[in-house]
Ligand binder design. Structure first.
Ligand SMILES: Nc1nc2c(c(=O)[nH]1)N[C@H]1C(S)=C(S)[C@@H](COP(=O)(O)O)O[C@H]1N2
Ligand SMILES: [Mo]
Length: 362
């Protein structure tokens, strides 16, 4: 069922568990994505959590295990706010499916992404209070939601210790200045800027310090990048690699794919996100398949290390049908592959090929 606080224009992908993405035109309207259009990616139930009896445990390879109430977390640790973009590793999967089939996965367009101001306690503060043992290498998170498919009792995942000690990683209780809503992880979620959304575990119940990555199904088997010659789930979890940082990407949100526009000056607007916490340096558009390019103007977002950049470009288009492609370049001179076919993978993750739209200019 559609959560009551969501906009009716949301593009619903699944009812149970509820999955929905933002309509691209609305997504590009505000640099901070309003909660009512922020995408939802669930693998199980939306758990009912009583914030007064809620406890967060910190255990494993720590000197002093912690068991914290929300009040203790808020009162005994510093509060920080980070503006960060969160995106699903499956964002733009539909583009990979056009290249080659991907059965059984949600056909996300380019709206499984959002940018918010997250407020909470830096994870590193909690880790320092617990005292991380020298041999610990990974931080595993587990959520309170129940997974019905039977692979795993709940959702979880892990990040390497170095990332968890970075100041941008939060245990967040607020999104855009309001308490987290039920669907976004009430009362506490992890926010791992620059990493795929799956590591930003919602309804967080436990943090475990360990030597190896989490063995939760969603870390050990899902959210892995497999090579193009792996076409079904391997028996052994050592195949493929667990996704971490998200790759550079750019998307045109306006005009919409397939729309009609007034000929001559056509303004395109979209978002761009860099990989690994780098900066977006440039966004280019082409209408001739990449032979010639024009530069977009970078707009909102310059002051934030972990947020997307908005961009805008005006193209001169004669009447007729045009295929417009966009790509970004980041501060490591990294850019995007031309074709989705060249990066197809059977789970359908990390599609950052040139984003293309077709418009009819009249
Ligand atoms: N507990 C829990 N956390 C979770 C998930 C989930 O199903 N259960 N989905 C993950 C995935 S795959 C993504 S992309 C993000 C989506 O966050 P959102 O629904 O707040 O947009 O949450 C992550 N955290
Ligand atoms: Mo995701």
């Amino acid at each position: 069922m559609q959560p009551p606080d969501k906009h009716p224009g949301m593009i619903v992908q699944d009812q149970q568990p509820f999955n929905a993405e933002s309509p691209l035109g609305m997504l590009r309207q505000s640099f901070l994505t309003p909660e009512e259009i922020f995408y939802i990616r669930n693998h199980g139930s939306i758990p009912e959590v009583d914030p007064t009896s809620y406890r967060l445990t910190v255990s494993g390879m720590v000197e002093s295990p912690l068991n914290l109430s929300l009040q203790e977390l808020r009162n005994e640790f510093p509060e920080e706010t980070v503006t960060a973009t969160v995106q699903c590793a499956g964002n733009r999967r539909y583009g990979l499916m056009e290249a080659r089939e991907i059965p059984g996965e949600t056909p996300w367009g380019a709206g499984a992404i959002g940018n918010a101001r997250w407020t909470g306690v830096p994870l590193r503060e909690v880790l320092m209070a617990a005292g991380v043992e020298e041999a610990a290498r990974h931080i595993a998170f587990s959520g309170l939601d129940e997974i019905e498919e039977g692979w795993s009792p709940n959702f979880g995942g892990s990040i390497p210790l170095y990332k968890g000690m970075s100041p941008e990683v939060l245990l967040a209780y607020e999104m855009n200045g309001e308490a987290l809503s039920p669907e976004h992880g009430i009362p506490l979620r992890v926010v791992v800027p620059g990493f795929l959304g799956a590591r930003s575990v919602k309804w967080l119940s436990g943090i475990t310090l360990q030597e190896a990555p989490s063995d939760n199904y969603f870390q050990a088997h899902e959210y892995k990048l497999f090579p193009p010659y792996t076409v079904e789930q391997p028996d052994h979890p050592s195949e493929g690699f667990a996704l971490g940082e998200t790759p550079i990407n750019a998307v045109t949100c306006e005009p919409l794919d397939g729309s009609s526009v007034r000929a001559a000056h056509v303004t395109c607007r979209g978002y761009a996100v860099a990989g690994g916490g780098r900066r977006i340096e440039r966004v280019d558009l082409t209408t001739d398949g990449g032979q010639t390019w024009v530069g977009a103007e970078l707009r909102e977002g310059e002051e934030y290390a972990w947020a997307w950049r908005f961009w805008e470009a005006t193209l001169e288009l004669n009447s007729g049908e045009h295929r417009i492609a966009v790509r970004a370049v980041d501060s490591a001179a990294d850019t995007q592959p031309e074709s989705a076919a060249s990066i197809w993978n059977f789970k359908g993750y990390a599609n950052n090929s040139w984003h293309r739209i077709t418009v009819n200019a009249r």
